[in-house]
Design a protein around this ligand. Sequence first.
Ligand code: MN
Length: 186
Amino acid sequence: MTLEPFVCDVNPTGLAKDGGTMQRRALSDMRGVFLDEAARAAMDPDTEVYEFHSAGVPALSTELAFGVSICMPGKVGAEFFMTKGHYHAVLDCAEVYICQSGRGIMLMETPDGRWAAPELLPGQAVYVPGGWAHRTVNIANEPFITLFSLRADSGHDYQTIESKGFRKLIVAEGDGYAVIDNPKWQ
Ligand code: MN
């Protein structure tokens, strides 16, 4: 069965219609994700880090999931707020993110050690190829908002990143940021 043609506003309210879903992650959901776990634990656990809203599209290989991801401004220690990051459960599924507002980085890496950390401004898109883990990082003082779309049955593998982390971290440096090696990476 396929969907009928539909139009929705690409914002949280529009995406919530007709079976859309929303996930919100606060600092209490991010234990061990940031390098400075003591700094995270000392912050208000209810502080929101990010949320993502998905349209109500069936998880079928023939469908396209899409929605909006909002990463809030903030830091844990020197490290900017970011999403947990993931591979896709169907590893080879690609994804596209289009920056709507704010300024951020799409941090990406592959199991064989390649990595990329392009900066994104409104109006720019990043293509995340199949097989690349990815997370968004907010390097500015306003929400970093992206639209995403991918094959609807791609799924999420959070576990690999939860256990290994990313090879690189994005940390504040002066008025900007630096990409550094993650000393905890295994
Ligand atoms: Mn993804």
